[in-house]
Design a protein around this ligand. Structure first.
Ligand SMILES: [Zn+2]
Length: 232
């Protein structure tokens, strides 16, 4: 079991006796699927706030997949519940969960890095706003259908990866997260990343399945990084 129980001696509020309380240590679940040393892939969900409740069921399913290549590390929810700090802000990477994320990246040095978030319906227009770059300095996400949004990761974090790494953010519409069609579609994208060994193999499949969306997402990425990096 990954969840460890630690015993704590605390004062009971009722009778002031010293009792042993069992407390669940705030440990995150982490799955390792290993078929070979390379490439290393990291899938992380639930980075802040309460979004882990929506990302965990999807990533738990991914962790039970039978087909995978390389070494996949899957964290269904980095944090169960935390204050919401935007991953675009550097402040996030100074928070407990942000530092945990940086440690995971430093430890595993993934070649594929997939971040799974969940957003509320009222954020849709902000996340997909064509003027998002003018407004907050990062390109908008592209809707891959049913409100499933795809884009790159926070520029600050992208800087921690090498040029050739493959870094993707998927935003799950939280009001649709129980919708089997939406879950299946998100899983389809994640499964591609889990099963393929090379970025180009994933991109080829994505281009076939979502031609217009991938074209748009690649265009936005290239404009933003001025061709210095390969999408994504
Ligand atoms: Zn998020």
């Amino acid at each position: 079991m990954l969840k460890k129980w630690i015993k704590l001696r605390r004062i009971c509020n009722y009778c002031k006796c010293k009792r042993l309380f069992k407390q669940a240590k705030q440990e995150m679940k982490l799955y390792r699927l290993i078929s070979s040393e390379d490439p290393t892939k990291l899938f992380v969900g639930g980075l802040h706030g309460k979004e882990g409740a929506y990302t965990a069921p999807i990533l738990e399913r991914l962790a039970n997949e039978a087909v995978y290549t390389g070494k996949a590390i899957i964290v269904p929810s980095l944090v169960k519940k935390s204050k919401y700090v935007d991953v675009l802000s550097e402040e996030y990477y100074r928070s407990k969960e942000g530092m945990k994320l940086l440690r995971l990246i430093e430890k595993y040095k993934p070649y594929f890095y997939f971040e799974l978030h969940a957003y509320g319906e009222s954020s849709y227009s902000k996340l997909t706003d064509p003027e998002r770059e003018k407004r907050i300095g990062v390109p908008p996400f592209v809707d891959f259908g049913d409100g499933i949004l795809l884009g790159s990761i926070a520029p600050f974090l992208r800087g921690k990866f090498s040029e050739n790494d493959f870094c993707v953010t998927i935003e799950v519409p939280n009001w649709q997260s129980e919708n089997e069609k939406v879950r299946a579609e998100v899983l389809l994208i994640l499964r591609l990343a889990l099963s393929k060994a090379k970025r180009e193999e994933v991109m080829t499949e994505l281009r076939m399945r979502y031609p217009a969306q991938i074209k748009k997402a690649e265009e936005l990425f290239r404009q933003y990084y001025r061709n210095k990096l390969k999408p994504f």
